[in-house]
Design a binder for this molecule. Sequence first.
Ligand code: M6R
Length: 368
Amino acid sequence: DKGGWSSFMAKEISEEPDAVANTIRGRVEGGQVVIPELAGLDELFLDINRIVIIACGTAAYAGTVGTYAIERWAGIPVTVELSHEFRYRDPVIDARTLVISVSQSGETMDTLMAVRFASESGAKTLSICNTQGATIARESDAVVYTHAGPEVAVASTKAFTAQITALYLFGLHLARVRGTQTPQFLASQVEELQAVPDKIASILGASEKIAQLAHWMADSRAVLFLGRHVGYPIALEGALKLKELAYIHAEGFAGGELKHGPIALIEPGQPVFVVVPSPRGSAILHPKVISTIEEIRARGARVIAIAEQGDAAVLPSADEVIPIPLAGPLFEPLLAVIPLHIFAMELATAKGLDVDQPRNLAKSVTVE
Ligand code: M6R
């Protein structure tokens, strides 16, 4: 039931605040993250010496966002890999490796095969999954469910924000168990996470401008997305949504990579979305991203910046600014992705396409 919305995707984007809030619920005690499903695993968490996150598509981008936070908080090396690439090389993993799979459906065959391979190799497995009792969840040593609720639209939206939330909760749980941060610092991060749903809701309340932009851009042949640090996987997610829904050639790049090739693509009129980190939270990266914007604009790019509201440096440099509320650097991706979800949906709608059921795609990819 679309509950009065024009599509399941519109409904599911409107549920992104709840997806985050419901995933946090029941997992904070006295200002600290305590995930009940992980009770009894402290010894394992003290013993592991690295984490490998495996997933496909959007879930892999959520995993990439997770790597930054878990490394920052828990001080343990974390890498992310596409399940199908991980499975068919010879990854070096052992009993001290924790392999975390991320999957909305819990039935993605590429990820299931990678989880089985990880178990056979002696690694411990943890599943982040949105579907109770799914195969991947059942076959993993532990599971942390996302509580996004059923996701019907083929393109993933609320499951993505819930996956980042679950990975963050895991990172904060792990940091507490391993004692890598002070309780005060961890409590401040928990508070930031708890503030995210209201901030997402405020972005949803101001989505008219994004819809307008999408209508203007409906004839674009290609759209580029740039980001750095946690903004990089958000750029990848923005590009994937646009490909899937609007059948427009879209690419996401790490901002720092631009000069190493992709800048050759910039020609007059080329639309480029840039995820701008907060000037307060990212004193080093913010000016670098602003100078990237200036560089591509000098070559004629049309820049749409997603930036912290009140960011004075971005206003004169970009053609359009989509403001997001203030948040700590690691929490910006949960906000910056919302305009990109809305943009892809609106652009597909403007082209008269079926946003819930894009061509050639299945909701759950159950073959390798
Ligand atoms: O069910 P999963 O989370 O394992 O699915 C993974 C991908 O197939 C999925 O995220 C896909 O990329 C979506 N269509 C993206 O919108």
